[in-house]
Design a protein around this ligand. Structure first.
Ligand code: AMP
Ligand code: ZN
Ligand code: FE
Ligand code: FE
Length: 289
């Protein structure tokens, strides 16, 4: 029985369920602890917390997901127990969201120059004030009839090697870990290896070394029980997390994306002992400040 899902998105970034819809869904699937982890935004958390009041058995960990660049690829870093009142941190997030906005517009221009009639206005409407992401552009392409489901946009146009891909200013993984440590949050490396359903995502190169380096900066965990990972992937990652002594985390990374085979809340996640370990680390950190 899956009781924990520490990776979930809402309409405040590129998920398609509102925080209330997401929380109600998670409660109905029997989840006991969830982390709402939008890209570059904590703005969905108040609504999520309010919705959880109707579900006394469900606890929400306030979280975030930051994207960072490494040569030829990216690393995403989750932050758990975010202090949302940290104004410096909020200003930084706002800068990231501006970067997403500008880059989205550039990608739409590229699609237009490739002859695809996608409107930037429509993409903004779809994002509905949330942090703009490539899934919003993909959704506009589905609506316009160019593709059947969002993943095809990544495979054909807006994936890392796609013809309409545009970079945006991103952090290094070290910077992201540093920002989260400064906030008092626990940094956790997201989806460290290949995912079938997010096909433009590869393995983090020299994973063990990379994790060891980030560990020295304050990394506290790594996703292990993630999305569509196979038992082989899970045991490979679990061994690395155990060897290095960081907490094995995970979750569905649910976006309600409309992609076939998307991992659902309640089907994948870490054991409750992961939450207990994260809480213990968090109180240790709080006590030393
Ligand atoms: P962005 O933050 O704009 O770079 O977009 C990244 C988001 O796009 C991820 O968080 C996923 O939700 C989604 N994504 C990335 N790669 C794929 C893929 N190959 N197929 C479907 N969705 C993807
Ligand atoms: Zn996303
Ligand atoms: Fe991610
Ligand atoms: Fe995610």
């Amino acid at each position: 029985m899956i009781e924990v899902d520490l990776h979930l998105h809402t309409t405040f970034s590129d998920g398609t369920l509102t925080p209330t819809e997401l929380v109600n869904l998670c409660a109905s699937r029997g989840l006991k602890v969830i982390a709402v982890s939008d890209h570059d935004s904590t703005e969905g958390l108040p609504e999520a917390m309010a919705a959880a009041e109707a579900h006394p058995d469900l606890t929400i960990i306030p979280a975030i997901e930051l994207s960072t660049d490494i040569p030829g690829s990216e690393i995403h870093v989750l932050g758990y127990f975010i202090d949302t009142s940290d104004q410096d941190f909020q200003n930084t997030l706002e800068g990231f969201r501006k970067g997403r906005h500008n880059r989205g517009e550039l990608m739409v221009e590229k699609l237009n120059s490739l002859g695809l009639n996608i409107s930037w206005e429509r993409v903004q409407e779809i994002s509905d004030g949330g942090a703009i992401g490539r899934p919003h552009i993909a959704q506009a392409m589905v609506e316009a009839g160019y593709i059947e489901f969002p993943k095809q946009a990544f495979d054909r146009y807006i994936g890392r090697n796609g013809s309409a891909y545009v970079e945006r200013p991103k952090l290094t993984p070290e910077d992201a870990v540093g920002l989260l440590v400064k906030n008092g949050a626990l940094p956790v490396m997201a989806h460290p290896t290949y995912s079938q359903t997010k096909s433009d995502r590869g393995d983090v190169a020299s994973l063990r070394k990379t994790v060891e380096n980030l560990r020295e900066r304050g990394l506290e965990g790594m996703e292990v029980f993630y999305g569509d990972y196979t038992p082989d992937q899970v045991s490979y990652l679990k061994e690395i997390a155990d060897d290095i002594g960081i907490v094995p985390c995970g979750g569905s990374d649910y976006h309600a994306s409309g992609n076939p085979g998307e991992p659902q809340p309640g089907t994948v996640g870490p054991p409750m002992s992961t939450v207990e370990r994260l809480r213990a680390v968090k109180s240790e950190i709080s006590a030393t400040r």
